[in-house]
Write a protein that binds this ligand. Sequence first.
Ligand code: SF4
Length: 388
Amino acid sequence: MPFCFHKCHYCDFYSLVDTRDRQGPFIRRLTNELSALASLAGPVKSIFVGGGTPSLLAPTLWQDLLRALGERFDLGEIRAGRGEFTVECNPETVTPELMDTLAAGGVNRVSVGAQSFNPAHLKTLERWHDPANVGRAIEMARAAGIRRQSVDLIYAIPGQTLAEWRDDLRQALALGTEHVSAYALTYEPGTAMTARLARDEFERADEDVEADMFEETLRVLRGAGLDRYEVSNFARAGAECDHNLGYWRHEDWLAAGPAASAHVGGARWKNAPRLDDYLDFSDEGFAPVVDLETPDPKRALIEAIMTGLRLREGVDLSRVRERAEELRPGAGERLLAKAQSLAGEGLLVFAHNEAAHALERVGYVSLTDRGFLVADGVIRRLVGVLGV
Ligand code: SF4
């Protein structure tokens, strides 16, 4: 959903400021794309509508989109409550009417972009919403019968103290959410935030403060029963985002809309990133694809290690060893030796215990809390021995 009502200064997602006049043509085009994609899909396990700001779309257009999804795809799992249907919401644009519309169309989870509850830090990020509206948005979702809610937060904002970050975490928990995504602020090329940093308008957060904030996140959220299941994602047991787990486990997914990317059978492709190109290409069928990558076993192996290690469940070492060995004899053994040495340093842990047996995850290896702090370095060292 490519529309936002204002561009946040840290954002490098594709989105454009909404002028309302293009919402209708966009939904017509999207609906036609969904018709073309439907022939590729089996029963749907999960849907995630992200953006942009999906909650900016007019409720009548949401009705058209939800009807189209229901008519073209098998949403039986979602309607039975076993599947997941998430919509990202900006707290400022949520209304009871919108929440009722979403719930009637099968949406059972909303992800609310709070980022911070501190007005000064929201201003630094150029986020335009009243922090009190986060709670209101969650209440509206609950009143409409949308059972699951997640709150997005950002830390390491310039000028933010550890105590202020702790307060943000506590305010999110006070809303009764069972899922929190907590991201360290990053300075992506081409964003207004990065330009302001280059002009010395502020100082970026100190690395030690950022590490303290990460540790505080673990402490506060775990204390409330939300454990980390991915580097930046925390949930009560059973409240994890199934859709995102699918990405990280390299399952197959289809994608629709400008800049959306899909992954099927090891192949990946990305739709044209700009709304104009997406609308102009053709009003029928598939969207224009700008990047198509055919299956590449080397890249798939490296990605399986990289994304697997971002998860608490870790990566199936016996499986990746086999794949490494097929690509280059000796690579599997080197991988095992390196994993053992990283475990000796307290950065990785092997799953041998009863819980791992029960979950059929014996042979998995995952990052320790200390390993998570230096995740990129650990992954680099592990991937570096493959020689593929
Ligand atoms: S609302 Fe989200 S997608 Fe839109 S500009 Fe802000 S961060 Fe980017």
